[in-house]
Design a protein around this ligand. Structure first.
Ligand code: PMT
Length: 327
């Protein structure tokens, strides 16, 4: 067998795995509602900015997906991600003039909430003797800013938040977004910061009820979750600018793995990060360079979040990509 027929066979296997994933996934409860919101959001943003060419839309994915172990789920396997990267990046994309579809894990960090205390409702407000609720003086600045910026983005129709929990929901919604963005050409961007499960229990082989501990040790087979990056690039949104992430805990293998993902999935860039230093430094890997992006040293600096210089760099690369198509 020659190399090209080998790669065709592995493509076919991938497409079979993807088909079997979608065929067997429990249908999205609110699929039609999500499709309608996407259509409205993309249509409105194209119109208000004078057509597709003037309107850049990015889909930011954020947080980890869960893998349920039972259909009536009591137990699940989770993927690590606080959602900080996605939330912060969304804020910087909005500042850069993008409209953002924020595909986020329920309960993880949200845009404009990063500076709020951990337990916002209880810590931010106080009740007066007359039972009036008011913002504590010490928090009034951050609360005002968070609410103001969030409301502005939502009311101006620049931010669409879509939540997911399981890997089934995540991949089905990503497909809907990909296909809705197809006509948005090169002005569409995917920024895939979510931590997506590599293994899952297929719905048809999942037990209905809570697994009983009395049955002894748990012996369960997880199958490999198909990587959707190549189908996103090839079929769902072939002209969109696509950035995926690579997280490793071992710095020795990080860049090689990022390089591999770049080539295998035909990404425009891969953002490589290490678990322990992910908030300080990331490396943007493209076909011809590896650029280290670091955050500023003090909180006061404009680049206090690593996402600030990161998004600036990616916006430049996206502009070059859009410009390329004009020439
Ligand atoms: O949320 P924080 O706490 O701020 O942390 C941010 C982060 C470390 C989670 C983020 O910066 C990051 O690195 N996200 C990707 C982590 C990851 O799970 O990488 P991966 O090697 O499993 O996946 C690589 C890429 O393939 C990802 O872009 C993912 O969207 C995609 N993927 C993964 C599995 C799968 N079945 N299908 C996919 O498409």
């Amino acid at each position: 067998m020659d190399a090209s027929s080998n790669s065709e066979t592995s493509q076919d296997t991938l497409y079979d795995e993807i088909k079997s994933f979608f065929d067997s996934a429990p249908p999205l409860k609110d699929g039609p509602d999500i499709s309608r919101k996407l259509k409205e959001f993309i249509g409105k943003n194209s119109q208000s900015k004078g057509g597709v060419a003037g309107s850049r839309i990015v889909c930011v994915t954020s947080g980890g997906t869960t893998v349920p172990l039972e259909r009536r789920c009591v137990r699940y396997i989770d993927n690590f991600s606080s959602g900080h990267r996605g939330a912060a990046s969304t804020e910087y994309f909005l500042k850069a003039g993008y409209s953002v579809i924020f595909l986020n894990r329920r309960g993880t960090c949200q845009p404009f909430c990063r500076s709020l205390p951990q337990d916002p409702l209880l810590e931010c407000f106080e009740v007066s003797k007359e039972l009036n609720v008011q913002v504590r003086q010490s928090h009034s600045e951050v609360v005002k800013r968070a609410i103001g910026e969030h409301c502005a983005a939502v009311e101006e129709g620049l931010l669409l938040k879509i939540p997911f929990t399981t890997i089934f929901e995540y991949l089905q919604i990503l497909q809907l977004i990909g296909m809705s963005m197809k006509d948005h050409g090169r002005c569409a961007m995917f920024y895939l910061a979510a931590a997506v499960s590599d293994f899952y229990v297929p719905w048809q082989s999942m037990v209905e009820h809570k697994i009983q501990s009395a049955s002894g040790p748990l012996d369960m087979r997880l199958v490999q979750a198909p990587k959707m990056l190549s189908v996103l690039r090839k079929n769902w949104a072939p002209t969109a600018f696509c950035i995926s992430f690579k997280l490793e805990t071992d710095s020795e293998i990080l860049l090689a793995k990022a390089d591999m993902a770049l080539k295998r999935y035909n990404m425009h860039a891969v953002v490589a990060n290490e678990l322990l230093t992910r908030k300080e430094e990331v490396i943007v890997v493209t076909s011809n360079e590896k650029i280290s992006v670091r955050r500023g040293k003090t909180e006061a600096e404009a680049d206090a979040d690593v996402e600030s210089p990161l998004i600036k760099l990616l916006v430049e690369k996206h502009s070059a990509y859009i410009g390329d198509s004009d020439s």
